[in-house]
Design a protein around this ligand. Sequence first.
Ligand SMILES: C[S@@+](CC[C@H](N)C(=O)[O-])C[C@H]1O[C@@H](n2cnc3c(N)ncnc32)[C@H](O)[C@@H]1O
Length: 222
Amino acid sequence: MYDNNFALIQNYFDALDKAEGPRGGPYKRTEVGQFVPSPLLYLRAAFAHMLSLGEIDESSRFLDAGCGDGRVLALISGMHPIKSLGVEYDLEMANRSSRNLDRLTGLGAHLASAAVIHGDFMDDETYSKHGVRFQEFDVVFNYINNQRDIAAKVFNESPSGTSFWLLGAFPVPGFQGLVLERNLELIQEDPEVPDIQVNDVAGDVLPIYGPDDFLMQLYRKI
Ligand SMILES: C[S@@+](CC[C@H](N)C(=O)[O-])C[C@H]1O[C@@H](n2cnc3c(N)ncnc32)[C@H](O)[C@@H]1O
């Protein structure tokens, strides 16, 4: 059931991105950062890899800290039976996220529960106002935006075992107190073939990466 969602989710966001084309692509400078969307093809491979390792499963709760237009929520809850929540500071983007999730459901995508909260992901009130606690999330995801702050929040407040997945950055051992466990290099060998290889390297090995390498780290609160 979930496998069929990917084409629908990708086509949906591709169409939105194309519509933004003349204005320079899907981008917005928000008050606290910048909205740039995750590439879904790469994330699909990274998430499937994490699932195969047991790093996330049906019982996990996934937080996208800074959820932009909601595409990561659509992917994780549309491809897998995983409950997700997005927090977005920018009101227009938060509304856009909710609208996109609703529209995808209307188009027939089967999403496990995915919800969006407007607010600052650093602020405990953002969560408590909606009856959730930051500490409930087993996996906290961020696509490089105020990543030092949210990593420190995981280190200071999340229970042991919580993982922090950071997309688009270079690996840093001991990042904000968190342990670097894995570094995934996401590689598209052939631009014509929509297939992403995942090269998973243990956190105690630090290869030299180049500026064009696309990476996702798994950090852990010990
Ligand atoms: C690079 S975009 C990533 C969007 C989405 N996670 C994705 O991967 O497609 C980062 C988003 O985080 C939001 N953001 C940054 N700092 C935030 C904060 N403290 N609280 C809530 N949202 C924040 C920005 O407004 C922006 O929309």
